[in-house]
Write a protein that binds this ligand. Structure first.
Ligand SMILES: [Zn+2]
Length: 179
């Protein structure tokens, strides 16, 4: 820490005490004798996201939350679902113990979770994240989902992507009718 008055790089510590979760040090410049204070705090390990254009950006939980909220807007998901999803992803990211994570890894984590949660939210997220530029790509993704949905129709945890019968708006009666 250079002296804020003369820029000299050396100072001596004349007082040191614990404050909150850090250390406050009173210092005196060895060149001009001016006194100043420094604080030392433990920095929580930060996580950086490597974007598609190679730029680094600090991981932003709120940004992730907003993106997923948008995709899940007006979907019949229990309150707190999105927050829990983001909690899970955040925990997994920190658990990886890496300082930098490609944005594609995070995007895939979101996609995998949305896919098993709600297909409409999945398609919405995918259309932004994968930057679907034409309706054909979008249709391909929907077709893939629909065929997977048909194969796994016995799974009661999945909400139907499209109603297959007039009363299908009610997921419960829809499910019952398939058994
Ligand atoms: Zn100085």
């Amino acid at each position: 820490m250079n002296c804020p008055y003369c820029g000299y790089p050396d100072s001596k510590v004349i007082d040191s005490r614990d404050v909150n979760e850090g250390i406050r040090r009173r210092r005196q410049c060895l060149n001009c004798g001016s006194r100043f204070t420094t604080y030392e705090r433990l920095q929580p390990a930060s996580l950086f996201v490597i974007k598609k254009d190679e730029r680094r950006e600090e991981f932003n939980r709120n940004k992730l939350l907003t993106g997923i909220h948008k995709a899940c807007e007006k979907r019949p998901l229990p309150t707190g679902t999105v927050d829990k999803l983001v909690d899970d992803i955040e925990a997994e990211l920190y658990h990886l113990g890496k300082a930098e994570i490609p944005s594609t890894v995070i995007g895939d984590m979101v996609m995998n979770r949305l896919k098993s949660l709600d297909h409409v939210a999945y398609i919405r997220f995918a259309s932004v994240y994968r930057e679907f530029t034409d309706i054909t790509t979008l249709k391909q993704e929907v077709d893939t989902l629909l065929s997977a949905e048909a194969e796994a129709s016995q799974s009661a945890s999945q909400l139907p992507l499209l109603p297959t019968e007039p009363s299908a708006g009610l997921a419960k009666s829809h499910r019952r009718s398939r058994q």
